[in-house]
Write a protein that binds this ligand. Structure first.
Ligand code: LLP
Length: 424
């Protein structure tokens, strides 16, 4: 459930007319709903109720400071994968004790930044990273709390580009090698072993891969306790999928996911961490765009929008489906017709949908892409020198621009022509 509904025939974000935002901000733009973000965060809180837990929002899914502030104020922790995301979490006033640092390629500079600023734990992904972290921490007179990310070799049954838990993926340490790596970790001066970490992929719509991975973690927990490690925290990653179509899809609910956690690792008495991104932010956002032209092609009509693959790359990158709906509610009588929905970028890959059944639309009409709050704005680029589009946050009947559209002066001002060329 989300808070993007028609009222009096016009799509609203909570109590604000999307058409009104469009008139004020200009298209294209992203809009997020505070109520949906809040609702989704609470669903995870309810799912883990009674267990000592921390829900660390995956900042990579939506890193806008205002979104992080909404979630941080609800008590969320943050899962960050770069020094940049760490800075975002801190700028949204999330304390270091609630931030976990994941990622396969943390640099020494990032490690130092995070150790100085405060951190809940590093999720370490390789032996070289472990040694580097011990060195950096020792140099700073600190001890780094760590979990080791294990790769359980479980098939997440999701899109190949976002599956991370198979042995052929670059992530984590093979679970069979974990005891040896924990032994090394315990011997290093700058390291304090606190937990085990696992994350097997994103947009999972089946709970069984989670169950398989968490059972392996439970076995490893027993081995590591026997080896004398004080494992007191399990980070179970993110990845729970969302419905991208209104019709037939019904991925598991957070409550059912919580039940899998209880059944597999609930008895171990560890603090549970999870790192959901998409389930919290995905259906809390839409992308609003205008039709520039309706172009009649041979055997098909193209709806050319002012949004493009640089604004929302998921369809061209993963073949992902996003529901597209008119901002002005279609009249019941109007018949749907197929359109190829495309952007203005100069490549064929800039296609959002082919032969998509939509009510009759024409130049100037507004449309909204649903489920665009996760991996939308954060993956945008300025390809074709198209300015990054604004982001707007709604709460009740208020809205605010939470990232402004840059001016062309700002965009061009980042480039510079070297002196040897300027002189010519
Ligand atoms: N934790 C780790 C270590 C991750 O790598 C990810 C996502 C998450 C948590 C959050 O997963 P979520 O709950 O959002 O599924 N750009 C792709 C998704 C990439 C996901 C990468 N890692 C997409 O648009 O589908």
């Amino acid at each position: 459930m989300d808070h993007f509904l028609y009222k009096n025939g016009v799509l609203h974000a909570e109590d604000v007319s999307v058409a009104e935002i469009a008139a004020s901000v200009g298209t294209p733009f992203y809009v997020y709903s505070t109520a949906t973000l809040t609702r989704h965060f609470r669903l995870f809180q309810e799912a883990l109720a009674g267990m000592d837990h921390m829900i660390c929002f995956a900042v990579k899914s939506n890193g806008n400071l205002a979104v992080l502030k909404v979630l941080g104020d609800l008590g969320a922790g943050m899962d960050v994968v770069s020094g940049g995301e760490y800075r975002r979490a801190k700028a949204a006033r999330v304390p270091g004790e609630r931030i976990v640092f994941s990622g396969v390629g943390k640099t020494r500079e990032e490690m130092a930044l995070v150790l100085e600023g405060g951190i809940r734990q590093f999720n370490v992904e390789s032996e070289p990273e472990l040694r580097a972290l011990s060195e950096v921490a020792s140099r700073l007179g600190k001890v780094a709390p760590i979990a080791i990310r294990v790769n359980p070799d479980v098939d997440a049954k999701t899109h190949e580009k976002i599956a991370t838990g198979k042995s052929e993926n670059k992530f984590g340490i093979p679970i069979a090698k974990a005891r040896a790596v924990y032994a090394e970790a315990a011997s290093l001066p700058g390291i304090d072993v606190v937990g085990i970490d696992v994350h097997i992929g994103s947009q999972l719509t089946d709970l069984e891969p989670f169950r398989a991975a968490y059972l392996k973690v439970a076995d490893l927990y027993a081995d590591l306790r026997a080896d004398g490690h004080d494992i007191r925290r399990l980070d179970l990653g993110g990845g729970l999928g969302i419905p991208y179509t209104r019709s037939n899809e019904a991925p598991p609910l957070p409550m059912e996911y919580g039940q899998v956690i209880r059944e597999t690792v609930g008895h171990l008495g560890c603090e549970i961490e999870i790192e959901p991104g998409r389930l919290i932010s995905g259906n809390a956002g839409i992308l609003v765009s205008s039709v520039i032209y309706l172009k009649e092609g041979e055997g098909r009509d193209f709806l050319i929008l002012d949004a493009a693959m640089n604004d929302l790359v998921r369809p061209s990158m993963y073949g992902a489906h996003h529901d597209i709906i008119p901002v002005q509610e279609a009249e019941a009588a109007s018949t749907a017709q197929p359109y190829d929905v495309v952007g203005p970028v100069c490549e064929t890959g800039d296609t959002f949908a082919k032969a998509r059944a939509l009510p009759t639309l024409t130049d100037g009409d507004l449309v909204a892409f649903r489920s665009a709050g996760a991996y939308g704005a954060v993956m945008a680029s300025e390809y074709n020198t198209r300015p990054m589009i604004p982001e707007v946050l709604v709460r009740g009947d208020h809205f605010a621009v939470i990232r402004a559209r840059p001016t062309y002066e700002e965009i061009l001002g980042r480039d510079s022509i070297p002196a040897w060329l300027s002189a010519e």
